[in-house]
Design a protein around this ligand. Structure first.
Ligand code: SAM
Ligand code: SF4
Ligand code: SF4
Length: 337
């Protein structure tokens, strides 16, 4: 295996695979209804990479250093038989961790058990509020908090030791839920992570003054529950860890806006229709589905991946605001976060 690095000496380590661009939520910061409505052209079945195509591609990424996979979307649990894909991915030598990011609203106990048995290692659930009205306003599809909490419980019962819970924080939207969410998950064994609202895509109308900084989030929690910084679990960990001084667990803060971490970014993203993106804020992808369907050899596709990573210079979050405003960016629901 060659240790492939990009123009800033960052190795390729993680691959995020989007398995669908569809979702049963319309989170206002991700898929606003004004855009993602009945007129929106979602991908159709033939557009999507098949499980066989994904399984053929993954070893080519492993050759270049990938050892962690994350399945995402849209809502990945809308892709039928996801456990069948996971069963194939775990067999690939060199893959030592497979995670899933989901809104958990359709994560039944049966599904959670199937995913666990297939070999899924970890589940991250997105939940933006514990207050019913706030959550319904944010998902914009009238989905109740309890549905997501049931999904989290199902994951735990199925054997996932701890679930990470992601909360995107937006000013004047769910700020009041910062402490309430901390209180709810404190002592549960699940790890709540606060994410600064990002300017991904072109549809959410992002403004800097809607961002609640990681510092402000920590200050708010500190006032109610004493916390102290904890060491990262590994170099380049995206979330900054804080632990409750009373020993009842930890939280994380992902400061993608106020303290960018591009220098440690080791992720490549594969869209549901088979395009590769080297940054969450990229505007164009590299079409590997075409290569697959036109009969390109593994060697050739492997070279394409290597040259894409080697020429990578992405550091959007570090440059944010400096001539980045006019860039047409790919949507989060398409690329998977
Ligand atoms: N539907 C799944 C879910 O929500 O967990 C997976 C896909 S979703 C695009 C992946 C992650 O992106 C979620 O945790 C979501 O909160 C996050 N996300 C989406 N839009 C965002 C934004 N504008 N700023 C920060 N995080 C965002
Ligand atoms: Fe769907 Fe996830 Fe986007 Fe919400 S954040 S609209 S659940 S893809
Ligand atoms: Fe990585 Fe791009 Fe995010 Fe920077 S802005 S951390 S390069 S995905």
């Amino acid at each position: 295996m060659t240790d492939l690095t990009d123009q800033f000496n960052r190795p390729l380590r993680d691959l995020r695979i989007s398995v669908t661009d569809r979702c049963n939520f319309r989170c206002t910061y991700c898929m606003p209804k004004e855009v993602f409505n009945s007129k929106y052209q979602f991908l159709v079945r033939d557009d999507l990479l098949s499980f066989e195509e994904i399984t053929r591609l993954v070893p080519l990424f492993v050759e270049h250093g990938v050892h962690k996979l994350r399945l995402t979307g849209g809502e990945p649990l809308l892709r039928k038989n996801l456990e069948v894909l996971i069963r194939e991915l775990v067999k690939i030598p060199g893959i030592d961790d497979i995670a899933l990011t989901t809104n958990a609203s359709i994560l039944t106990l049966e599904k959670a058990k199937e995913l666990k048995q297939a070999g899924l290692n970890r589940i991250t659930v997105s939940l933006d509020a514990i207050n019913e009205n706030t959550f319904k306003r944010m998902n914009d599809m009238d989905v109740s908090v309890q549905k997501v909490l049931n999904g989290i419980d199902n994951a735990r019962v199925a054997g996932f030791e701890s679930v990470k819970v992601n909360m995107v924080v937006q000013k004047n939207r769910n700020e009041e839920d910062i402490v309430a969410m901390a209180e709810y998950f404190k002592g549960s064994g699940n790890v709540l992570r606060f994410i600064e609202y990002m300017d991904v895509g072109n549809t959410n109308g992002w403004e800097m003054d809607q961002v609640v900084s990681g510092k402000e989030i920590i200050d708010r929690i500190q006032q109610k529950f004493p916390i102290e910084p904890a060491d990262p679990n590994y170099r380049g960990e995206v979330a900054k860890r804080w632990r409750y001084q009373d020993g009842s667990g930890e939280i994380g803060v992902i400061t993608s806006v106020t303290q960018a971490f591009c220098q440690d970014c080791t992720r490549l993203r594969l869209s549901a229709e088979g395009s590769l993106y080297t940054c969450l804020f990229a505007s164009t992808g590299t079409d590997v589905r075409r290569l697959l369907r036109e009969g390109a050899s593994d060697e050739y596709i492997s070279e394409v991946i290597a040259s894409l990573w080697k020429s990578r210079t992405d550091r959007y979050s570090e440059l944010r605001g400096k001539n980045t405003d006019a860039i047409h960016k790919v949507e989060m629901s398409y690329i998977g976060g």
